[in-house]
Design a binder for this molecule. Structure first.
Ligand code: ADP
Ligand code: MG
Length: 614
């Protein structure tokens, strides 16, 4: 067994630089920070009276981005240049959102590459990552102005149901805004943290988080034990939220006064409906004179209007509880999250469903997620020693594979301690030594990453390429020490190794690596695809050559000729840079050789049935 140990502490230490917590919401976004001296949690608004930044981006005629309330003000005059709900598009393909295309007032297009959507504004195209980055830049600006220093590190929250693509997209948006995203945190986990649930040692709790925002609803059941926040179940509706409540009021007014439909466009009335809704959260009656029309609604009418919506929410709660396999009595706490949980009728029904006494409503539901993200940021900054929350590795760790590619074994932001292993094999017949190069970084090419160590696994018994099974294990302990083991599992070969530890990286260098990786992501991806195609082609060439050699007698000369011609074509394509051409030539060679391979297989099978060796 070959082993090396590398001290990563130099690279993993996080300087006492502010780390902020960001709630990147579908409707509203905000940034919060805990003052390390006073321990006070503050929403960073740079002196703005509005603490929330509406998640809306407007592009003016010169393609300059305007974010927040200023963008909202452009919504009715320039809907095609004003993008809301970009979060819904994160990591999504066109088919994911097709059914809801009417929801978006701007132009969403399908792109050929990666099949991810883009938004068209004039003659420019924006990815959802770029749009979210604009919002994050505004939050970064607010944070820097409030704290009076540069802010480069953040924790960003995402819904518990976000998949890997959506999380990665969020991370990339952070990078693009110049933020190193130290952790992507689940929104319900953030809400629990804000309420301090599960932060005491040996505290085990089961929590329901009910989150009703502007356009989305979700309920999550969390099990918190030993500082680990595990999502047991999540349910909801990504097209159900405060907007639907507004629409219910608007439709009611329209039904009451048919003349309204002609008098006003949707937008101005919808704003009045939202005002009415908020008013009814604290009063029993709303009325306003809206350009000569008397708009009124009382609490009872309002509640009967939204009853069907609330019923749907309670249905989701039931399913989530069922999926978690829990009984209501097993829920210790319920956290209310999202601006729309201010509606008393919603609170009432959630209280009835779970338990009135377990309802947590003290923290502002608009702010609770951002405040929880700030708690997490504070923990990561090392300002709290009393909590159990695990740390993460800030850069990916992996080894070099064929063609100088980085093969990640422990991805960046993995909680530590952690163990991970992958299997590899040789690429040359009779190979008895294998060099293991250990790297740290986010780039696809190891030459762009930081080399941590190298060692040789020697004494692998000579076998044909592809047969040895080499297991490389990474063990990263709680102090950031990495131990690497390599072994050939068929022979069990054990081997002493030589270690060449490299020098540490400054914080700035880590950040530069991250920013570089984003800048170069596209080029790296292209190169990775090309290298992978070349590797596949080389393997196929090798096995085709072997095939020709071993079955010289079974193949007609003309057939042999056509294989050789195609082999040469494939060789030529490998020398070039065109990935698609290489893949096409691979396919062509496969087409030619497939019948032979099948024939040989049949022969081998019938020979085996006759009890003969071939
Ligand atoms: P998101 O998580 O989707 O970004 P928020 O949590 O910011 O959304 O919630 C925004 C929604 O909360 C909007 O629909 C808004 O009208 C609603 N809201 C805000 N304040 C109140 C209130 N006092 N009463 C009822 N609804 C409210
Ligand atoms: Mg939210």
């Amino acid at each position: 067994m070959a082993k090396i140990s590398i001290d990563l502490n130099e690279a993993t230490i996080i300087k006492k630089e502010p780390i902020v917590g960001i709630d990147l919401g579908t409707t509203n976004s905000l940034v919060a920070h805990i003052d390390p001296e006073s321990g006070d949690t503050v929403i960073l608004s740079a002196g703005n009276k509005d603490l929330l930044v509406p998640s809306v981006v407007h592009f003016d005629n010169e393609d300059r981005a305007v974010v927040g309330n200023a963008a909202v003000n452009m919504l009715s005059a320039h809907p095609e240049r004003t993008i809301y709900s970009a979060k819904r598009l994160m990591g999504r393909s066109y088919s994911d959102i097709q059914d809801h295309s009417a929801f978006f007032g701007y132009k969403i297009i399908e792109t050929d590459e990666e099949e991810l959507v883009k938004v068209q504004v004039g003659d420019r195209f924006y990815s959802p990552i770029e749009l979210s980055a604009e919002i994050l830049k505004e939050l970064k600006y607010r944070a820097e102005n409030s704290l009076g220093q540069s802010v480069r590190k953040a924790v960003i929250t995402v819904p518990a149901y976000f998949n890997d693509n959506q999380r990665q997209a969020t991370r990339d948006a952070g990078k693009l805004a110049g933020l190193d995203v130290l952790r992507i945190l689940n929104e319900p986990t953030a809400a629990s943290l804000a309420y301090g649930i599960g932060m005491q040692e040996a505290e085990a709790k089961t929590v329901a988080v009910f989150d009703l925002g502007g356009g989305t609803f979700d309920v999550s059941i969390l099990r918190i034990e030993d500082g680990v926040y595990d999502v047991m179940a999540t349910n909801g509706d990504t097209y159900l939220g405060g907007d639907d409540i507004d629409r219910a009021i608007l439709n009611y007014w329209r039904a009451e006064d048919p003349k309204l439909a002609e008098a006003f466009d949707d937008h101005s009335l919808r704003l009045q409906a939202e005002t009415a809704k908020k008013h009814l959260s604290i009063h029993d009656q709303f009325s306003v004179m809206h350009e000569g029309h008397d708009l009124q609604i009382d609490r009872d009418t309002f509640e009967s209007l939204i009853e069907p919506l609330v019923e749907r929410m309670m249905g989701s709660c039931k399913v989530a509880m069922k999926d978690a396999g829990l009984d209501i009595s097993q829920i210790d706490e319920v956290a209310m999250v999202g601006g729309s949980t201010r509606v008393p009728f919603v609170r009432e029904r959630v209280g009835q469903f779970f338990s009135e006494s377990h309802l947590n409503t003290e923290i502002d539901p608009d702010q609770v997620v951002a405040l929880g993200a700030a708690v997490e940021a504070d923990i990561l900054a090392g300002n709290r020693t009393d909590t159990l929350l695990l740390d993460v590795t800030p850069l990916s760790l992996g080894i070099e594979t064929m063609g100088g590619l980085m093969d990640v074994i422990i991805p960046r932001n993995t909680n530590i301690p952690t163990n991970a292993a992958k299997s590899y094999t040789t690429s040359v017949d009779g190979q008895v030594n294998l060099k293991v190069n250990v790297f740290q970084g986010e780039r696809d090419l190891v030459s762009e990453n930081r080399k941590l160590a190298e060692f040789d696994l020697r004494g692998i018994p000579a076998m044909p390429a592809g047969l040895p099974k080499i297991q490389v294990s990474f063990m990263l302990d709680a102090d950031g020490i990495l131990r690497v083991e390599a072994s050939e599992t068929r022979s069990g070969v054990k081997q002493e190794i030589s270690v060449k530890p490299q020098y540490g990286l400054s914080d700035e260098a880590v950040e530069n690596m991250l920013l570089e990786s984003l800048k170069n992501a596209e080029g790296d991806m292209r190169f990775r695809a090309l290298t992978e195609a070349r590797n596949e082609a080389n393997n196929l060439i090798l096995s085709a050559e072997k095939f020709l050699e071993h079955h010289a007698d079974d193949i007609e000369p003309s057939e042999r000729e056509s294989i050789v011609v195609q082999l040469n074509r494939l060789r030529t394509s490998v020398a070039g840079e065109d990935k698609d051409l290489i893949l096409a030539e691979i396919e062509n060679l496969n087409d030619i050789t497939r019948p032979f391979a099948e024939q040989m297989m049949d022969k081998a099978v019938s020979a085996a049935l006759k009890g003969k060796n071939i």
